[in-house]
Design a protein around this ligand. Structure first.
Ligand code: SF4
Ligand code: SF4
Length: 350
């Protein structure tokens, strides 16, 4: 489990268990949920539509055998049902503000009853932007519920009438892979629900989503030119396990993720000019776009200039050599920030 998430989860559980620190525990929980939701946000903002219905681990055991879209649907359907129908005895978010229509979901259940191909075809039907909006609305509604809880509410238990309400909602399939959820939720008190659907369940599925997206990136990079438009080398990049590279639709480099359309400015510019990379551009020395925006950070530009002189293969050979000689992650740790010095180091490493 991700160390930060696991640590926050452990801290939250310990704090909410005591009256004096309960409120602080809820704050930690909301903070943890915000961190986790940030992962979903960046996936939705940066990955192509096709990514959400892919099953790169189809047939495996575990949460990563699903799709990105299914994972989002499943996490937030469960939370919506538990928070609104079970705890608040109110209308679910899905049935307010047109969320069911906006998600375009053909089902209202948690999805536990779906297996294999059915998960992929269900995912294809979902509107990802609509689904993301629904997930956000559920998170906010639950955060409001959590913020209004008192320490004494934690021990509240559920009754047969609660079970009947859940069954009547038809939001849990009668399939044996799903129906057990009703007994499972109703066997817990509110504290138990905070510990699973509202926290740990998120962590497990969002970690699985990260595994899915990492695998999709690795698959996307196969057979694609590893020279990034800016001069970096995707084969030598410390982000290569989760970024598909700027020549694929799975570009999640730092500049891509915070740029319009999720595409790196150097990639946009090169494509617009019909260039293989910035090394082919007459404006390279003075350019301040994307990876070149900071005038005193020049390692990437040094690599583009090196490619201009010696070619992409030669840069890859030099980077292989440097990685054998030194233990480093970012190329600026070796080349420094000065352009002339960076180029000199590359030249001397040939
Ligand atoms: S961050 Fe840049 S260099 Fe690294 S893999 Fe992505 S596109 Fe390639
Ligand atoms: S203007 Fe800058 S970003 Fe655009 S191709 Fe030239 S060097 Fe690259």
């Amino acid at each position: 489990m991700n160390k930060d998430w696991s640590e926050k989860n452990r801290k939250m559980q310990s704090l909410i268990g005591k009256g004096a620190s309960f409120r602080e525990g809820i704050d930690v929980l909301i903070d943890l949920r915000s961190d986790l939701f940030g992962q979903i946000t960046s996936i939705v903002n940066t990955y192509p539509a096709e990514a959400f219905s892919q099953m790169p681990f189809a047939g495996s055991e575990g949460y990563h055998s699903k799709t990105l879209a299914y994972s989002m649907w499943h996490i937030f359907r469960i939370e919506d049902i538990v928070a609104q129908t079970l705890i608040r005895q109110d209308c679910q978010v899905l049935f307010s503000d047109g969320w069911l229509e906006k998600t375009k979901s053909p089902i209202i259940t948690t999805g536990n009853e779906l297996q294999g191909e059915k998960i992929a075809s269900f995912s294809e039907r979902l509107d990802i932007k609509g689904l993301f909006g629904y997930c956000k609305a559920v998170m906010e509604a639950t955060n409001t519920l959590l913020g209004g809880l008192e320490y004494r509410d934690l021990k509240r238990k559920f009754t047969d009438a609660d079970k009947v309400r859940l069954i009547d909602s038809k939001c849990v399939s009668e399939d044996e892979n799903a129906f057990w959820l009703i007994d499972y939720w109703c066997g817990k008190d509110v504290q138990g629900l905070i510990r699973m659907p509202f926290s740990r369940h998120w962590i497990m599925h969002i970690e699985a989503m990260c595994r899915i997206k990492n695998k999709l990136c690795r698959m996307a990079r196969k057979g694609v030119d590893p020279a990034a438009y800016c001069g970096l080398s995707c084969d030598h990049c410390f982000l290569k396990d989760w970024c598909g590279g700027c020549r694929t639709a799975y570009n999640t480099c730092s500049y891509a993720t915070c740029s319009p359309g999720g595409v790196c400015p150097n990639a946009v510019c090169c494509k617009g000019k019909g260039l293989d990379g910035c090394w082919e551009c007459a404006f390279l020395p003075g350019c301040r776009k994307g990876f070149y925006e900071t005038p005193d950070v020049n390692a990437v530009k040094a690599m583009a200039l090196f490619i201009r002189k010696h070619g992409k293969k030669e840069l890859a050979a030099v980077l292989d050599r440097l990685h054998r000689q030194y233990d480093f992650q970012k190329i600026q740790e070796i080349l420094g920030e000065d352009l002339a010095e960076g180029l000199r180091i590359l030249e001397e490493s040939r």
